[in-house]
Every structure is written in C-alpha cells, then in structure tokens.
Unconditional design. Structure first.
Length: 393
C-alpha cells in the first residue's frame, strides 16, 4: 500500500469566522483530496475584533485539519505604511501557521495553492526555499474579459512570477484557462472541476407533482453579476404567455431592490417569489423539490450552484457565461447569450414545455454530476496530478 502524501492547502480565500462562506469551493477541494491523502489547510486573514496581534484557531472537518491564523487589523493613517504593515503581518501569520504544519507533517510533499494572489507568494517561497512543488487551482472571475478587474502593478508582477513557478495551474473551466493565458500566465495547465456533494444533492425519489412548474435561482442576488433584473423582466413577459410556473429568487444578498422591481412589474408573489439565506442542506432540499434551475449571469466561471442543480436531477436554463457551455448540452438544459432577455423568455417557455412533457431524465442529469463533480472523481484527478508531478522531481 502506497504511503499517503502530505498535502498543504494554501489559499487566498477560505471559509473563516469573518467571512464564513468565502472560498467554500476551496474547502470542498481539500475535502475531496482528504479522501485519499493527508491534508492540512492553512488560511490567514485580518479580524477587526482581534485584540492580540495574532490568534490561532485549529479545527477538524471531513478529514481536513484547518489552521486559521487571524491577525490584528492594520489601521495606519498613511496608506503606504499601512500596506507595508499589512503585508508584514500577513507573512508573519503564515510563518506562524507553517510552524504548526511542520509539527504535524514530517514533511510537506506538495502545496496545493488556491486563488493565485496574494497567498501564492507563500507557495512560491516554499518552493524556492525548501524545494516543495506547488500547483495553483484558480476560480477568480477577475481574469475573465467580461469582468476586467483592475490589478495593481505589484499584483500583476507577482502573479506572473507565482504562475510561472507553479508546477501546474488547474483552472475550473477552459474559459478561465484561456483568459489566464491571454493575461500572460505561462505554465502547464490542466482543467479540474469544482466539487459538489452528490450524496447530499441528489434527485427526489418521489417528487410531488404540482400544477405549477417551480423554477429556482440561488445566488448572491448581485444584479451586476447575476442580472436578477433581467430575469424579472423575462418573468413578467412569460407571465403574459402562461400561468403554470413560479420562479423563486433565493440568496444572501439584498433582495429589496429586486422585490421593488417585481412589484412594479406586477409579478411579486404571483410569479416571482423571494427568500433569504439557506444552509447547504436547505438548498439541497429546495433543489430536489424544484423542476428547473435558472441562471442569467453577465459573467461566470463554473458556478457550484449549477453543478448542485445537475446533481439534484433538474435541468438548467442559463446564459452562456464562463465555463457553463462546456457542460450544458440539450439533454441537460437550454442556453442563451448573456443580456438576451428575449432569448431567456423563449428558453424558459421551451423548458417548461419540455419538463411537462417529461423530456428531461433526472437520472441522466445526476449521473453527469457524479461522473464529473463528485468528491471521489475530483479527488482522484488531483491525486493523479500530484503523483505525476512528484514522479518528475
């Protein structure tokens, strides 16, 4: 039996007490790898409530030992000195965390870094100082041309050096890979998808048949990203063609402006309904009881919620943003161009007809998710990549 590898997960985003859902997809990747290998996750961030300069919190979840190092928030009045002091504390916090990692691991075999900047500096440092190879898994939509996020000159320079020294970069979609290459990130690339819990997200055994088709949208409700207002306008037009559907907008963002839009359009609580933040288990239950998932984003990468919908055996109506078209075929749903509200209207109308006619196979939808996005499949792909990298060193 082969000895398990010691894998250190570093990340620029990771769930923490300040932002509990930040980078939860990174945590899922760590859990997928932990099925097969030894995994420690180290994450550093500032906390305005910290009284001590540094605070260490350790926890265990799904075979992943997590070390969170919180540092006291920097409040220097001079911007340049504030940035230097923040960088100093950020690096020191990582060094504190790495001491704990070294106590638990006799040696780190490979660093699995997530979200290139800024924590990639630590992965780069470990490779240069200790010869530890690292890969980078990337999810950031900021590289996409539709997003065009501003980056400082220092971020651009360091990001390219971190990427160039990585043994491999694993974007979660080909769309993101192409965007990173266009930004000049020279490296080896291998696409490995996001993860979903296909045991929690699964088709309903006996779905209640109702007169109205239930369509759900689950997101942050950020209009610039998710185009909720566009979905509402399409909903209003669809309500003039048929009355056998309802669309639920569920999210942890501010729904107030969207409720006003729905009220002004005369569809609030008749065709458009709103609900707040849900736990993962609650989202899974909502998916099982729904007939269709709706996404109309202006830009995307590979949204986990879309994968969860597939695992739940429900078809997708979505824009072609990001890596979504790499997966959604006619058997799995219907795609339209971003901002094409007329196209969305027609797609929703067609999808409802297909659902009522039994044209979508929930088992086929769920199996696609299991074969591509399950913890076991994604974990296997990462372990295979680690072993190939280590075999060349």
């Amino acid at each position: 039996m082969n000895k398990k590898l010691n894998i250190l997960f570093l990340s620029s985003w990771y769930p923490n007490r300040v932002l509990p859902t930040l980078g939860n997809f990174v945590q899922k990747h760590a859990e997928a790898v932990a099925i097969y290998q030894n995994v420690i996750a180290l994450y550093v961030c500032s906390d305005a409530k910290n009284k001590e300069k540094f605070e260490i919190v350790e926890s265990d979840l799904n075979n992943v030992h997590t070390i969170n190092v919180y540092y006291k928030k920097v409040t220097h009045s001079i911007p340049l000195l504030s940035q230097l002091q923040k960088a100093n504390r950020y690096i020191k916090a990582h060094l504190i965390g790495l001491k704990i990692v070294n106590q638990k691991f006799n040696a780190i075999d490979l660093v699995h870094h997530n979200i290139l900047y800024p924590a990639g500096v630590i992965a780069w440092y470990l490779k240069k100082s200790k010869g530890i190879p690292y890969i980078i898994t990337e999810n950031w939509t900021g590289y996409l041309p539709s997003k065009n996020t501003h980056q400082s000159w220092i971020q651009k320079i360091l990001s390219k050096k971190i990427a160039r020294n990585a043994n491999c970069i694993t974007p979660v979609s080909k769309d993101l890979q192409d965007a990173m290459i266009n930004h000049g990130f020279d490296s080896n690339y291998e696409i490995i998808y996001n993860v979903t819990d296909t045991k929690l997200f699964h088709p309903a055994k006996d779905k209640n048949q109702t007169e109205k088709i239930k369509i759900v949208h689950i997101s942050t409700l950020d209009d610039a990203h998710k185009n909720v207002s566009g979905m509402l306008r399409a909903t209003e037009k669809l309500s003039k063609l048929r009355n056998d559907f309802e669309i639920w907008f569920i999210g942890d963002g501010d729904a107030t402006p969207h409720i006003k839009t729905a009220t002004d359009l005369g569809i609030h609580k008749t065709f458009a309904f709103f609900d707040g933040t849900k736990t993962t288990a609650e989202v899974a239950k909502i998916m099982r009881n729904a007939n269709c998932f709706l996404l109309f984003s202006n830009y995307e990468n590979l949204p986990c919620v879309m994968v969860e919908a597939l695992a739940s055996g429900i078809p997708i109506v979505s824009s072609t943003a990001g890596g979504i078209p790499e997966h959604i075929t006619d058997n799995l749903g219907i795609l339209v161009e971003p901002l094409d509200e007329e196209g969305l209207l027609n797609a929703l109308n067609k999808a409802i007809d297909k659902i009522k006619e039994g044209k979508y196979n929930s088992e086929e939808l769920s199996n696609y998710a299991i074969n591509n996005f399950s913890y076991q499949k994604v974990g296997e792909k990462f372990v295979d990549l680690y072993q190939r990298i280590l075999a060349t060193i």
